[in-house]
Design a binder for this molecule. Sequence first.
Ligand code: SAM
Length: 271
Amino acid sequence: MSLQENAVYPAPPEYDVFKKKIQELTGIDLDAYKYQIHRRIHMLMQRWAVNSYDEYYRAIAGNPDKLREFLDYLTINVTEFFRNAGRWWELKDKIIPQMYKDLGHQRLKFWSAGCSTGEEPYSLAILAIEAKVANPQPVLAGDIDQGVLAKAQAGVYQRRQIASAPKEWVPKYFIDVDADTVKVKPEVRDKVKFRHMNLIKDKFESGFDIILCRNVVIYFGTETKSALYKKFLEALRPGGYLVTGATEQIFDYKTLGFESVGPFLYRRPSK
Ligand SMILES: C[S@@+](CC[C@H](N)C(=O)[O-])C[C@H]1O[C@@H](n2cnc3c(N)ncnc32)[C@H](O)[C@@H]1O
């Protein structure tokens, strides 16, 4: 059967074998993603003129660049500094000051889960400086995609990526590279530790005050999402916050053990 004929959904049985092999190779459970992921993989196969799942698997397994491209394509990496700006100002002006009061100290532990090319964790690091967080440990920033982590570590961005940052923060936290490009200053870079991680599979650290997991779970199925949110609950200290993306409501938040404290904002109860 040709690939074009295969372009009919649901996926053919060979796709099940492919999924199993991909899980062995990368740890990624393609079943954790919704049906669009099959469509995306299929498009990639067409782009490379590969005619079967088996041939495609062999191409990925035998070529680190193709594997990289596969992961890049599978996971959408779009992001920006201070994405959904209102949420950031709420963190700085309301949530963090309230945490200081409740805790009686200003040491906070942050995690950007699914950090893509670094804009979100660097925004957190800048926010921490602005909110005078007394933080002995850097912001944890994790992503499954090694390619985005390399870009994140370089810390170089198009100027349009920082459009939501307050004007006075630009010279404070960024160095001009050229007319279109900026680089985060070392004092911001040093406040973030990047780590390769698979949110579905890996064990989490604990004791976080704020976890941001925004625009990451779009391709995850309902059960995978709930399992992930449960892991986040356990990774938060009592009273800690989980911030989700601007459309990512957690419908079963109560069953999972969270309280809802605002739109797309959840808290592990204090006791
Ligand atoms: C659209 S970006 C979101 C970036 C940032 N959180 C934001 O909202 O701007 C989604 C990121 O989630 C990452 N991702 C997807 N599945 C993941 C997984 N299972 N474990 C860790 N990261 C994952 C992707 O690699 C991608 O970089």
